[in-house]
Design a protein around this ligand. Structure first.
Ligand code: GDP
Ligand code: MG
Length: 245
């Protein structure tokens, strides 16, 4: 069994999944197993996944959310005795070739969380992010850093490597897109060692949206702030918060 699992949350990605799986395989075949977490897709994602018998497949009968998909991927990695789980999206916003950088950072064995950042290295800018996304990411990155004494440059990139042993110390429950807000508070309070890695800034589909109220930037920001401070209140007091206070 390989020590690394690559877990891909997927919701209606029939347009991208064949290419994404092919490219991940070509980069990572020998180093990692691959898991697709199908979050209740209603397009051909399930049929396409079934044509890849070498890839593990977990399906939600209905759409539970991005966060719920990651939590299930973490539990799968824990049950499978993997040492690391790398999460990446299935819409071609995460370059499979960058997996080699994550493998190298994992080999360094200096961190518990290796978090992709789209704002760490100018070299990897392919597209400019939608203004509301950039504004909200920068604002929340500042809130997270000030309240948890962290030095992150990107709090919302889903391209991350996680030490499974460290994940076991986190009680993650947030099912939707606000998952990162809960995640960072738990990581900081557990005293996990966090490191960032430059990844590509790709926005290849300007029409992509969250769905529902989250498409309203002000409501989205308020929701993310609520999840962040609710989690802070639930875990308070903890060392990182004390240091920040
Ligand atoms: N839109 C959406 N994507 C989901 C959901 N569950 C899992 N995903 C997958 O999660 C990944 C990130 O979603 P995406 O909408 O691209 O998020 P963004 O890039 O942060 O805007 C993609 O691979 C999606 O297919 C869900 O409930 N809704
Ligand atoms: Mg995306």
């Amino acid at each position: 069994m390989k020590p690394i699992l690559i877990a891909i949350p997927v919701f209606n990605e029939e347009r991208h999944i064949v290419r994404v799986l092919r490219e991940i395989r070509s980069v990572a075949r020998k180093r990692a197993d691959i898991l697709v977490v199908d979050d209740g897709s209603t397009d051909a994602t399930a049929e396409i996944s079934a044509r890849h018998p070498d890839i593990a497949y977990l399906r939600h009968d209905r759409n539970l959310g991005y966060g719920a998909s990651l939590i299930d991927a973490f539990n799968w990695a824990g049950r499978g005795h993997y040492q690391w789980v790398i999460t990446m999206d299935c819409d071609e916003q995460h370059e499979p070739s960058r997996l080699n950088d994550f493998f190298a950072a994992i080999a360094d064995d200096a961190a518990d969380i290796i978090s992709g950042s789209r704002y760490l290295h100018a070299a990897y800018i392919h597209d400019l992010p939608p203004a509301d996304r950039r504004r909200i990411n920068m604002l929340l990155t500042d809130v997270v850093n000030r309240n948890l004494s962290l030095e992150l440059t990107d709090t919302f990139c889903g391209y991350k490597a996680h030490r499974v042993q460290a994940l076991r110390r986190l009680k993650l429950t947030e099912p939707g897109y606000a998952f990162p807000m809960q995640f960072w508070v738990h990581c900081a309070c557990a005293g996990l060692n966090i490191r960032e890695l430059p990844v590509d800034l790709i926005y290849n589909d300007p029409n992509r949206h969250f769905g529902g109220q989250l498409d309203n930037p002000d409501l989205r920001l308020r929701h993310y702030l609520n999840v962040f401070f609710d989690t802070m209140n639930q875990l308070a007091p903890c060392q990182s918060m004390a240091a920040a206070c």
